[in-house]
Structures are given as structure tokens and as C-alpha cells.
Ligand binder design. Structure first.
Ligand SMILES: [Zn+2]
Length: 249
């Protein structure tokens, strides 16, 4: 009887079922994980604003404020067109990313890197800032993009909503897949040089601690009749983006 039992269930030379079944592997309490991780480090520094005597010629003079600091030609980024109000340098937000590329896709790799870093950190607001920018320290890779330890930046300017003066700030930024200990110190030195250049540019009236422009508490805003910028303070006399006098009803 035991022999009969073994013959039915046991190995047979012609059947694949002859291979003895391996015991089921034990169910692991945890999966063996291969770890994936990416750490990005971005940094930026901005100076106080410097109040400049109003006038269109000052905007044209912004690139000269990078004299002796810029290592590459200075590129000037105008404030974004108001129709691109949703633009954001976030590739998974495709609608916003498309607007961002429409606004900045033609800029140089250095400028796009600078905008990406500084806008992500809210150090500048391209919705109303005019930004004059260059590579300030470090090197670019073979495609022309700044390495993680490179420092980019320059000056950012907007119009004071109360007086119509131009407010110019020094702005520097850096970062990517890495960090270096001396970058912060170098960035601080470059920020000081840029601020000095702004103050010595001839039209400077002095430092100002003004807040960045924006709507009143509670979110109240009005739209500029000239450029369509929608986030002007309800009592603003001048538009921070185009510098034109607001017409209040
Ligand atoms: Zn305007």
C-alpha cells in the first residue's frame, strides 16, 4: 500500500511533473530594497533695495551694475508678459512649465539656471522684476549650464508703488546636485560687490527697506491699466511692473 501511494505521486521519467516541487520560498517580512535618492541644494542671497531716481534710462543701465563681477555677457530678462501669469519652472506642472518656456525658453543656459534657482527660492519674481544676470563665479558644463558650485545672479529691479522710483537689489544664487563649503562665503562677497556697484552707479538715492510689492492684506489687488499686471496694491500710485502711474477710479 505505501508503494502504490509513492508510485502515483512520485517521480516518473517522462513527465515534467516528475521534478519534485521546491518548497515555497518563505514570505519575506520586508522587501530587499535598492535605495534611490537625490538631494538638491539651492541657495540664494538678496541685498536690501537701493532706491534710484526714476527714469527709463536706469533700466538700460542695469547691465553696467555687473561690471567687474560678471564672467559672461550680461543678459537682461524683462518682466514676464501678463498673459503668462501662471508660468512656473516645474516640469510636472505642464501648463505652467509651457508658459515658463514660452517666457524664458530662448534665454541662455546660464540665465535659465539662474531664473530656475532664484524663482524656486522666491528670491526674485519675474512677474514684475527686470533681471540682469550673468555667471559670477565657477564654471559651466559642456552644454553651457552652470555647475552646482557656480554662482549666478546680478541685479533685479522693480518700480516702487508709492514713489515710482526704481528699486534695485543685488541677487546671487547657486546650487544643484552637490554643495561646497566655500560657496556661501563667495556668494556673500559677490553680493557685496554688486550692492556697491548699484550704490556707485550715480543715480542711487540710498538703501531702502521697503517690502516687496504686492496686494493689500486680505488679498485685495487691482490691475494695471497699462500693462495688465493684476497684482497691484489697491492704493499703489505706480505699477511695480511697468512703472506707469495707476489710474484709480
Ligand atoms: Zn503696469
Amino acid at each position: 500500500m505505501p508503494l502504490e501511494f509513492l508510485r502515483r505521486k512520485g517521480p516518473s521519467k517522462n513527465s515534467p511533473a516528475a521534478v519534485p516541487e521546491a518548497p515555497p520560498p518563505p514570505i519575506p517580512e520586508e522587501a530587499v530594497a535598492e535605495e534611490h535618492q537625490l538631494r538638491l541644494t539651492f541657495g540664494a542671497k538678496t541685498s536690501n533695495g537701493v532706491r534710484m531716481q526714476g527714469g527709463p534710462h536706469i533700466l538700460a543701465a542695469l547691465p553696467t551694475m555687473l561690471d567687474n563681477v560678471a564672467k559672461t555677457p550680461v543678459e537682461v530678462v524683462e518682466p514676464r508678459a501678463t498673459v503668462l501669469a501662471a508660468a512656473s519652472p516645474s516640469i510636472v506642472r505642464t501648463a505652467e512649465a509651457l508658459e515658463w518656456l514660452r517666457a524664458h525658453g530662448e534665454a541662455s543656459p546660464i540665465t535659465r539656471h539662474a531664473l530656475y534657482v532664484l524663482e524656486s527660492l522666491d528670491a526674485i519674481d519675474p512677474a514684475y522684476d527686470t533681471f540682469a544676470c550673468a555667471l559670477l563665479d565657477g564654471t559651466v558644463d559642456t552644454s553651457g549650464y552652470p555647475e552646482y558650485a557656480a554662482i549666478v545672479g546680478g541685479v533685479a529691479a522693480h518700480w516702487d508703488e508709492a514713489t515710482g522710483d526704481l528699486i534695485v537689489r543685488a541677487v546671487v544664487g547657486w546650487g544643484g546636485r552637490g554643495a561646497r563649503g566655500d560657496t556661501d562665503r563667495t556668494a556673500g562677497r559677490l553680493l557685496g560687490q554688486l550692492l556697491n556697484n548699484i550704490l556707485e552707479s550715480g543715480d542711487a538715492l540710498g538703501l531702502t527697506a521697503l517690502d516687496r510689492p504686492g496686494g493689500a492684506p486680505g488679498g485685495a489687488t487691482v490691475t494695471c491699466q497699462h500693462c495688465g499686471y493684476p497684482l497691484v496694491h489697491p492704493r499703489a500710485v505706480y505699477c511695480p511692473k511697468c512703472g506707469m502711474r495707476m489710474l484709480h477710479a
